[in-house]
Design a protein around this ligand. Structure first.
Ligand SMILES: C[S@@+](CC[C@H](N)C(=O)[O-])C[C@H]1O[C@@H](n2cnc3c(N)ncnc32)[C@H](O)[C@@H]1O
Length: 297
């Protein structure tokens, strides 16, 4: 924020937090100052955490997973969309990027994750143990059953974060690239189970995603946010594969859930590969969409 935009005096509702800027006591969403808030709203987000940095805590255990998210990225998301004591739900928890992010955010925030695959849950727990990080609730189940768990059905969540697998397109594409990224990771997208959304045909995938996100929606507080990671796929003749736009359309069918915008995350740790070279253009997609929805009831 420029000096011009930042109020110099705290004013009636402001609390001066020094270098951090001015906190507005009317802020119902988070504990950020004005300048921290505005910084987060930048539509492009660039990260390049080194594999050994604290921000990437426990990567040596988490890299058995094909696409673990940096806990520091989730920490920032959680700090923007919750206050201290906030509760976060992740229906596709993997090796716990969101749960670790909640622990790093601190302030008594808590997270509940649901994950199909035991080995990913074990890796998450190992990170907590080895790195002395608060362990959150991780449930092993198909996320379509998440309301059967009292940890979910008895809680009102401030934020839902979802990083779903994207239908069997994922299984068909880029497996070679992913193997190169994390040589210890599983060769299949995530699991070999039929209820893994990564193994479903597109229409079944959309239905399962709407079902799961609709169930999460019932546990989200009014005006609470839902944040969904998504990557497009390579355009094909007759199929532009703008998956992020399709996800916005599909989740728009959940009454009361409204799309509010996106951030594009550029992960500088991604390598470039010579797909298509030297014959045709094939994109190296090194960004992901972070789609942001709100419960408008
Ligand atoms: C993109 S990964 C999530 C990675 C996670 N954000 C992290 O940082 O580790 C998607 C995860 O969803 C899990 N999954 C797929 N289908 C599921 C289902 N029906 N219920 C619960 N988890 C599922 C996969 O096993 C995979 O670990």
């Amino acid at each position: 924020m420029s000096k011009k935009e930042e109020p110099k005096q705290p004013g009636k509702y402001g609390v001066d937090l020094g270098e951090r800027g001015i906190y507005d006591t009317r802020n119902k969403l988070n504990e950020l100052t004005g300048k921290e808030w505005v910084y987060f709203t930048n539509s492009v987000w660039i990260t390049g955490y080194s594999p050994t940095a604290r921000e990437n805590v426990g990567l040596k255990y988490r890299k058995i997973h094909p696409s673990p998210k940096p806990p520091a990225l989730l920490k920032e998301i959680i700090e923007f969309f919750t206050k201290s004591g906030g509760k976060v739900l992740d229906p596709f928890a993997g090796v716990g990027g969101t749960l670790l992010g909640a622990a790093l955010a601190g302030g008594g925030r808590e997270a509940v994750g649901v994950e199909l695959e035991q080995k990913y849950i074990d890796a998450y727990r190992k990170v907590c143990e080895k790195e002395n990080i608060q362990e959150m609730t991780m449930l092993r189940d198909d996320a379509r059953n998440l309301l059967a768990h009292p940890e979910v059905s008895d809680t009102v969540f401030d934020l839902v974060v979802a990083d779903p697998p994207y239908s069997d397109m994922m299984a068909k594409e880029r497996t070679g690239q992913r193997k190169k990224l994390y040589k210890d990771s599983s060769p299949m997208p995530y699991t070999d189970q039929d209820c893994d959304l990564g193994n479903m045909a597109l229409e079944d995938f959309y239905e399962a995603l709407r079902d799961i996100m609709g169930k999460c929606f019932t546990r989200l507080k009014p005006k609470g946010y839902m944040v969904i990671f998504c990557k497009d796929f390579q355009p094909q003749p007759g199929a532009p594969n703008l998956l992020h736009a399709d996800i916005v359309r599909e989740l728009g069918e959940i009454p009361g859930l409204v799309y509010r915008g996106m951030r594009i995350w550029h992960d500088q740790a991604m390598s470039l590969y010579p797909f298509g070279y030297p014959y045709s253009f094939v994109m190296n997609q090194i960004h992901q969409y972070i789609l942001i929805f709100r419960k408008e009831v």
